[in-house]
Design a protein around this ligand. Structure first.
Ligand code: P1T
Length: 384
């Protein structure tokens, strides 16, 4: 059987992960080396120096690329490092259109770091075609989109946006962190590049910070590879091993995240202390139909508005016991946080307000604990 054509779960366990040749070790060794012996000066072996490439990283990159239906995969030391690499492919004077609503750190990277190097950014509501069309300029080279968005779970129509971008000769990159390739594969929907904060679902155990880029374009892959070598924000051999190990269980974890999230979302929607719940799997989500048409599931992230104000939100967040109050998401353990004060504090207050990231907005990353315990915990913390 050609393993590359096997099902998702099989590829997650086997692609790039053949037993090692010397002893038949089923798990590949971790290549904890910075450099590789050469036979003769200038006669290049497969690997020469671990910034450029390392066998542990290659295993991981091959596996994650296969899961994203991609030809090429690249592993970085963080999601932000992967995002930076996409922007570093551009030239000073180029223009980027991005979601107005996305992870606060990406917003900060674009507006406060990359903008210093002459790259221009416009932040628009990508679901509003007139806003998107009027944002395009002669120097627009990239549309950056996150879908679903962090934290308001807005869904961008990936097919429609990538078709539009292609008609204008613009590249599209999709941050697929919230869905993982198990629930959404942007390259199949027309995107040129897919990006992940592997810190989240890909690694899934809150013990590795990492990022990934995948593409089917040889041209883009060559540019990314050049930046990998030149900038060096690469994933270490040990972290590559950890993330490869985690990919083996991605499918089962994602199914469990989603089952729990659906139940938690329905519970919250029926609670009298909850104003509104945003979860793509609920029929009340404004883009539930779009979600169904481009995703294979709805994931484990929920956002809701608690009734009252900051005091009520704070009191609730201090009262949870099974959920942990912490930034990040996508781990097996349930996390809860307050985006306005925590993950999205770097987004200017007026922008946060315009996007609805209010003091009563609470974000949950639903883990894979027993859902009865999760619901009971939320119930006691919400009180009467
Ligand atoms: O943290 P890092 O691995 O560098 O990834 C950045 C990033 C990129 N894209 C999305 C959608 C993200 O959610 C993140 C990181 N997000 C959090 C830390 C958070 O709690 O939302």
């Amino acid at each position: 059987m050609n393993i590359k054509e096997a099902g998702f779960e099989t590829r997650a366990i086997h692609v790039g992960q053949e037993p090692e040749a010397e002893y038949g070790s089923v798990m590949k060794p971790i290549y904890l080396t910075t450099t590789f012996a050469q036979k003769s000066p200038g006669v290049m072996p497969k690997y020469d120096y671990s910034r450029g490439g390392n066998p542990s990283r290659t295993s991981y990159e091959q596996c994650v690329a296969s899961l994203e239906s991609a030809k090429h995969g690249f592993a970085f030391s963080s999601g932000c490092a992967a995002t930076s690499t996409v922007i570093q492919m551009l030239e000073s004077g180029d223009h980027v259109i991005a979601n107005d609503d996305m992870y606060g750190g990406t917003n900060r990277l674009f507006s406060r770091v990359m903008s210093k190097f002459g790259i221009e950014f416009s932040f628009v509501d990508l679901n509003d075609s007139s806003q998107l069309e009027s944002a395009v300029k002669e120097n627009t080279k990239l549309i950056w989109l996150e879908s679903p968005t962090n934290p308001t779970l807005k869904i961008a129509d990936i097919r429609k946006i990538t078709d539009f971008a292609k008609s204008k000769g613009i590249i599209t990159a999709v941050d697929n962190t919230f869905m993982s390739p198990y629930f959404q594969r942007p390259l199949e929907l027309g995107a040129d590049i897919v990006m992940h904060s592997a810190t989240k679902y890909l690694n899934g155990h809150s013990d590795v910070v990492g990022g990934v880029l995948c593409t089917n374009s040889d041209d883009l892959a060559e540019k990314i590879n050049f930046l990998v070598m030149s900038v060096g924000a690469v994933q270490s051999p040990f972290d590559s091993y950890m993330a490869t190990r985690s990919l083996k269980t991605l499918a089962v974890r994602m199914r469990a995240h989603q089952e729990n999230a659906q139940s938690v979302a329905e519970f919250l929607e029926g609670h009298n202390r909850v104003e509104k719940v945003l979860y793509p799997g609920l029929e009340s989500h404004p883009q539930h139909e779009l979600a169904k048409s481009q995703m294979h599931g709805f994931g484990g992230m929920i956002t809701f508005f608690i009734k009252g104000g900051l005091a009520e939100a704070r009191n609730f967040l201090e009262s949870v016991q099974v959920f942990t109050l912490a930034e990040s998401l996508g781990g097996v353990e349930s996390l809860i946080e307050h985006p306005a004060i925590m993950t999205h504090a770097s987004v200017p207050a007026d922008q946060r307000e315009a996007l609805g990231i209010s003091d009563t907005l609470i974000r949950i990353s639903v883990g894979i604990e027993d859902k009865k315990d999760l619901i009971a915990d939320l119930e006691q913390a919400l009180g009467g």
